[in-house]
Design a protein around this ligand. Sequence first.
Ligand code: SF4
Length: 199
Amino acid sequence: MPTYPLLSIAQIVPVTEAEGPGRRFALWFQGCPLRCLGCCNPEMLPFAGETPMTFAAVAELLRAAHAEHQLEGVTLLGGEPFAHAEAAVGLVDEAHRLNLSVMVFSGYTLENLRADPGAHPLLERIDILVDGPYLRHQPEKRRRWIGSANQRVHFLSDRCAADDPRWLLPNTVEIRLRDGVVTVNGFPVSGIGLGLRTQ
Ligand code: SF4
């Protein structure tokens, strides 16, 4: 079994339908080197304040969530997943062992990532990549799960269908209350962030 760096976690939602097709395990990394105009998760920009978790601990959470909820996939967000690529690879491999699809939201474009050899191990493992910076003044109006109109969806494997009609259903936001703390995830909502952790 290879060893992986600790994962710098901002938030984990064990099951959500607001971050890609079907029921998904969603993990937000803490730390992003980009500065998108109107970043929807500004509390996840610093490479500090994370909850460090081992690969084994996160993989156990994933397996438990899959056993309970029959997941369709895993979604990685941030923060910037490619700033945590080495740690993310192990989780992606675990997802594929469980026959789950992997969707990643990145502020980098596919061309940026293909030009960076350090990004290739993660990039080569992704089934769906949503690329490009989030631009608040270009809100996406048609494609579900996508924040801004400039962002592209790349189906990088045949595990997920590009013509899946779920991509054109109305967007959703999920609001949770746990231990007195509210969290929101899904389509970016002005004035409501993801920084309040429940996990
Ligand atoms: S990539 Fe995501 S976290 Fe980073 S600046 Fe852009 S919107 Fe914010």
